[in-house]
Design a protein around this ligand. Structure first.
Ligand SMILES: *[C@@H]1O[C@H](CO)[C@@H](O)[C@H](O)[C@H]1NC(C)=O
Ligand SMILES: *[C@@H]1O[C@H](CO)[C@@H](O)[C@H](O)[C@H]1NC(C)=O
Length: 456
């Protein structure tokens, strides 16, 4: 509905009368049609604009997040109640009861929010429907003035464009599909969430850290969560904090700290945020070397294995985006259904990403290796699902995008993925996939979040 229509429309319906008086020729123009109702058109334009403003994507996402948050909370509550039942009477039960109370309050809070949001929607929907209906009638009226069929032709053009667009969409191939034989997952279509988001007990003190669950827990440890903050210079850490449940982690109740060393940093302490826990051992980049460290959280013993000597470390090949590098993220440990991998870059591969399987024996051993053409500094993080590596990049403060994939089975690379992650905070310092719950665990400027990977 641009102004140009008006311009075109008002020149349309005239009838011509030609009079001849002597040698002069005079033309008299008479408009036989009613005047063009440009006020009505303007009204429709204003209403349409208002309508668009009130139904924003933002609101839809809010609703999505509330529902997902609620799901997660209720599940957590169930788990906690089961736990409480088992603990009848002891001291810990009192703590659990308090957690459940808080959990209830949180759920009630979410329910209220949800109710408010859905009420808003009902209101919005009813109003929008009436407005749309009104606009439709006005537009039908206005179209009668379209004698030169400008709008009609435009519409035909638009629909042709739409068809073309659809065809183009079909032509650009969909994201990788993992064959059922490998993991039973379909094509990754989107990332929903955040499902949970919270500050840790450290509040905003540390912007670099990592968290998650043991990907291969011992029996009884299935619900435990671990958290590591890089407490020195946003680069170095020297202990792992563990919590019994997600609620205790969020509330900061009853942490158990396991120290790698009394000082930080020193030989074999943690460098960089992209670590993982697998079978009660922490895998990470050892301080000031190009080695992989395995910290046994039972025995507190550290075993190491060296990557190629031209592997980037000490901030040589970190993750980055224009203007920002994520300090000391030279090595990224990831987990998928088949175990642990380390993602790094070497000089001989021109700073491009290399994937190496880490066999989790004691000491750890380097397994199969794949070289890619993905320049490490163009990615902000990576994760693996079913043997496929995915890389993210920074789009803007609100959005991170999964743009790249490498399938270790077919060795096929793709740079045309466009799966967005809606962020709460600007930077993602840690990102890993947990094959147990198929969630992405993220540490983002002191916030800990989970997102759900949606497969078709
Ligand atoms: C939802 O909101 C409506 C209107 O404000 C209220 O009448 C209703 O009791 C609320 N429902 C819940 C479950 O809170
Ligand atoms: C850690 O130590 C325990 C106890 O000795 C042992 O059973 C386990 O296999 C070790 N884990 C790793 C990954 O070496």
């Amino acid at each position: 509905m641009s102004q140009s229509y008006i311009l075109i429309l008002i020149v349309i319906p005239f009838s011509f009368f030609q009079l001849t008086t002597g040698k002069e020729c005079v033309c008299d123009l008479k408009n036989v049609d009613p005047l063009f109702p440009k006020d009505e058109l303007r009204n429709v334009e204003t209403t349409a604009l208002k309508c668009i403003r009130s139904i924003t994507l933002e609101k839809m996402t809010d609703l999505d997040r509330l529902v997902l948050g609620l799901q997660q909370r209720i599940k957590q509550l169930e788990d906690n109640v089961v736990k409480l039942e088992k603990e009848n009477g002891n001291l810990y039960a009192a703590v659990s009861l308090r957690i459940i109370e808080l959990e209830f309050a949180e759920i009630q809070n979410l329910l209220n929010k949800l109710n408010r949001t859905t009420n808003d929607y009902h209101h919005l929907n009813a109003q929008a429907a009436t407005q749309l209906e009104d606009m439709k009638y006005t537009m039908v009226d206005l179209e009668k003035f379209d004698k030169m069929q400008v709008i009609k032709k435009n519409r035909e053009k638009e629909s042709k464009k739409l068809e073309q667009c659809k065809d183009e969409l079909k032509a650009s191939s969909p994201p990788p599909t993992v064959s059922p034989g490998r993991c039973g997952l379909g094509q990754m279509v989107s990332v929903a969430g955040p499902r949970t988001s919270s500050l840790t007990a450290y509040s905003t003190s540390y912007s670099y850290g990592a968290w998650g669950r043991d990907v291969k827990p011992a029996r009884g440890d299935e619900n435990k969560y671990w958290l590591v903050v890089l407490s020195n210079s946003n680069v170095y850490g020297h202990f792992v904090r563990q919590y019994g449940t997600l609620s205790t982690l969020l509330l900061g109740i009853g942490p158990k700290d396991t120290y790698i060393s009394g000082s930080n940093p020193t030989t074999n302490t943690i460098q960089g945020s992209n670590m993982v826990v697998y079978a009660n051992a922490l895998y990470y980049n050892c301080y000031n070397t190009y080695s992989v460290c395995q910290f046994n959280m039972t025995t507190r013993a550290v075993s190491t294995v060296a990557l190629p000597s031209d592997t980037g470390y000490n901030n040589k090949f970190p993750f980055a985006h224009l203007g920002t590098t994520y300090s000391y993220t030279d090595m990224d440990f990831t987990t998928d259904e088949s175990g642990v991998y380390v993602i790094y870059a070497t000089t001989s591969n021109f700073g491009n990403v290399i994937i190496t399987k880490v066999e989790t024996s004691n000491p750890p051993v380097l397994g199969q290796t794949w070289t890619t053409s993905l320049h490490k500094k163009t990615a902000t993080n990576t994760f693996m699902v079913c043997g496929v590596l995915y890389a993210t990049r920074y789009l803007d403060k609100e959005t991170e995008q999964i743009f790249y994939s490498y399938d270790t089975e077919t060795k096929k690379e793709r740079y045309d993925l466009k799966i967005n992650i809606k962020k709460m905070k600007t930077n993602i310092e840690y990102l890993n996939y947990d094959p147990r719950d198929r969630l992405l665990y993220i540490y983002s400027d002191a916030y800990i979040l989970t997102y759900e990977l949606v497969f078709q």
